[in-house]
Design a protein. Structure first.
Length: 259
């Protein structure tokens, strides 16, 4: 992506860097070429957008990472895109290279200049970085992933007792994530993150659940983005799109790379 386009577009980043030489951010809707309900920086090939537009958007993102890496004189690898299915599987880049179609909702790497990314449009993008080694990990955590231990599997990519910092990127806030009685029982272990709403509905604080899980796994330095994907128009939001009568919307990318 040209410097002017991505620099002018709105991205979201943690206030405090996760570790030395670690860059991470979440893209917004701005700065791409997609049209209609995908306008404009949609990076999801699976949402029925024009595939050529998506590939162009992804290339712009890769080009931006090249620009961020020029100071080191080396070119970063391309982003390995995941086949996300709300699973709890976290894989290595080598796994993806050998089987690109494998289902996974998280990825880990130990090499500098190897970017990782997940796609979201309300779910939680969670990036983790070691302060002692080169290990970085990213996971896509919707409510199913949270309840099936995707965070545990992400933390397991690091060595025991390793110091890990984490950032939870833009995601849906509790006041906009409403569930019915049929889903409520799944959250029996997280009653403190549930508030009763109207008409036998309940609000769930997915961010609080993620923070609790990370803390229980000794990831004590966790920053949570205050940006709600539903309430922020420069974010893609699947739930907001549905409420507006659209069956589809684009996907943002949350990227982490150790330069």
């Amino acid at each position: 992506m040209s410097h002017n386009i991505l620099s002018a577009s709105k991205t979201f980043s943690p206030q405090t860097p996760l570790a030395d030489d670690v860059l991470c951010f979440t893209t917004s809707t701005i700065g791409g070429v997609s049209e209609g309900c995908y306008e404009s920086l949609n990076v999801g090939l699976h949402v029925q957008d024009d595939s050529q537009s998506v590939r162009q958007n992804r290339q712009r993102l890769n080009d931006y990472l090249v620009e961020q890496s020029v100071k080191g004189g080396k070119r970063p690898a391309d982003i390995p895109w995941l086949n996300q299915q709300h699973s709890n599987r976290v894989v290595t880049v080598n796994d993806l290279n050998s089987s690109p179609a494998m289902i996974a909702d998280g990825c880990t790497a130990n090499d500098r200049l190897q970017p990782l990314a997940v796609m979201t449009a309300d779910c939680l993008p969670i990036v983790m970085a070691s302060t002692q080694t080169n290990t970085i990990t990213v996971v896509h955590a919707g409510w199913r992933g949270l309840l099936s231990n995707i965070i545990y599997n992400g933390v397991a990519c690091f060595s025991p007792k390793e110091s890990i910092n984490a950032w939870i990127g833009p995601s849906i806030s509790a006041q906009h994530f409403e569930i019915g009685q049929e889903v409520l029982a799944n959250f029996k272990d997280y009653s403190h993150s549930i508030k009763e709403a109207e008409n036998n509905k309940y609000f769930v604080d997915l961010r609080a659940i993620a923070v609790q899980q990370l803390t229980d796994l000794n990831v004590n330095n966790v920053e949570v983005s205050p940006v709600c994907s539903y309430a922020t128009l420069s974010c893609f939001s699947h739930r907001r799109s549905q409420h507006l009568g659209n069956n589809q919307t684009g996907r943002m990318a949350t990227v982490i790379i150790r330069l």
